[in-house]
Design a protein around this ligand. Structure first.
Ligand code: SF4
Length: 415
């Protein structure tokens, strides 16, 4: 028997037509059927004065624009992108093939961070512009290498570790990062989980009292309207066993305008809220993105950074040191450096595991410990996160240890 489902409205290209799409077949993460009564997602912030597309021309980051205008004016196809970044005809055709499989979306703000549009090695460009390499499948790559779908006891909830769960509230993002672990969720026809799905996830959390932390992720949760996000946060916060709520978002990096007054007002209400962002290169730290983080911090929210180690973007000690020092200076804690997951379509970004360890070795001791993230390989098939670091322990006995210093000096430490 088909179950009636409620669907939140969500910000989209055409707000008036939202949620008329039907169910899709991607696992059980999202289902949505139309219903007469919706919780409006098209809020006062989205009704703010619209700007003509002319005012969104690059050259200005468009930082004065409202976030919904920024989002709606995003570049969503190769044809539009080619107005800024000339492609040869055959190149354009090939990139359109990539776009068919892996959609693209780039905010004008983020595109403006590319220093030279003709430079294929620009670290910002590599993260947002589709590449033919996405059509190559590496031998160990899978669509869902972390087996998130298999570890979902109910739709939109991943339960891997005993005391925390991941709540996937949307499959949409302000920008589609080409290295994303959840490329499987991208798609023009994909919509957000229904309210029924979210409530089923919350019932699961209530019934499993060992869960103390909920990580709200996506997609990008900040793509939801402020009201809708507040509603979900309030439901999560009302669960007795929940002590901590975390949001994972790239909004401060790719559309810092999203961190506006309305958002701060609602986030401030949750005293147990943490936010993790994803800066991967120092060029992403601008006045706008630093301001967005500062606003969150002023709301009393600890902000940490989870970088992904990306070939040609940040895979050198110098690049990571610059990034992490800059993060520290804006009071964002460098928390994790992730090995790029073995997701289909990301082979060109992946570095050997040894590279991550080498980078940490070049950082530890040479820069403040607060600037050194933990290098993590997320184990395939849901094995969980494995922290890796250079070997500083040469040998261990009941009487002490032989240790290696950051300068490779071996010495004895007596217990
Ligand atoms: S914002 Fe996050 S979920 Fe969205 S595409 Fe980027 S990495 Fe993936």
């Amino acid at each position: 028997m088909e179950k009636s489902r409620e669907c939140f409205l969500s910000v989209d290209d055409e707000p008036g037509s939202i949620c008329v799409k039907n169910n899709r077949s991607e696992g059980n993460l999202f289902e949505c059927t139309p219903r007469a009564s919706f919780i409006s997602d098209f809020t006062s912030e989205s009704r703010a004065t619209d700007h003509s597309s002319a005012s969104c021309q690059l050259g200005s980051s468009g930082s004065g624009l409202k976030w919904i205008t920024q989002y709606k004016n995003s570049i969503k196809n190769i044809e539009d992108l080619s107005k800024f970044m000339p492609f040869a005809d055959d190149e354009k055709n090939k990139l359109k093939q990539v776009e068919e499989i892996y959609p693209m979306r780039i905010t004008n703000y983020y595109l403006s961070l590319i220093k030279d549009f003709s430079d294929g090695n620009d670290p910002v460009r590599k993260q947002c512009v589709p590449s033919f390499d996405e059509l190559t499948q590496g031998s160990n790559e899978e669509i869902d290498p972390l087996t998130e779908v298999a570890m979902s006891p109910v739709p939109c909830l991943v339960h891997r570790y005993p005391d925390r769960v991941l709540l996937i509230v949307t499959g949409r993002c302000f920008m589609y990062c080409r290295h994303c672990t959840r490329k499987r969720l991208w798609g023009k026809d994909k919509v957000d989980p229904s309210l029924d799905d979210i409530k089923a996830a919350l019932d699961y959390i209530k019934a499993n009292k060992q869960i103390r932390e909920v990580i709200i992720s996506g997609g990008d949760p900040l793509i939801l309207s402020t009201e809708r996000l507040d509603y979900i946060l309030s439901l999560v916060a009302s669960i007795d066993n929940i002590e901590v709520i975390r949001i994972g978002s790239r909004a401060p990096v790719v559309i810092p305008q999203r961190v506006d007054r309305n958002l701060c007002v609602i986030l401030k209400k949750y005293s147990n809220l943490w936010i993790n962002v994803q800066f991967n290169h120092v060029n992403e730290i601008t006045k706008e993105s630093a301001d967005a983080c500062a606003k969150l911090i002023r709301c009393g929210i600890p902000v940490s950074n989870q970088s992904v180690l990306l070939k040609g973007v940040n895979d050198s000690p110098q690049s990571m040191i610059k990034l992490c020092r800059k993060l520290q200076s804006i009071r964002v804690r460098p928390y994790y450096l992730f090995q790029c997951d073995q997701v289909v379509g990301t082979n060109h970004f992946r570095t050997p595991v040894s590279r991550g360890i080498e980078i940490i070795k070049e950082m530890r001791g040479y820069t403040s410990g607060m600037c050194v993230p933990t290098f993590i390989v997320d184990g395939v098939k849901g094995k969980g996160k494995v922290p890796l670091q250079p070997n500083y322990l040469v040998s261990l006995t009941p009487r002490g240890a032989v240790l290696r210093s950051y300068t490779d000096e071996v010495f004895e430490y007596k217990s």
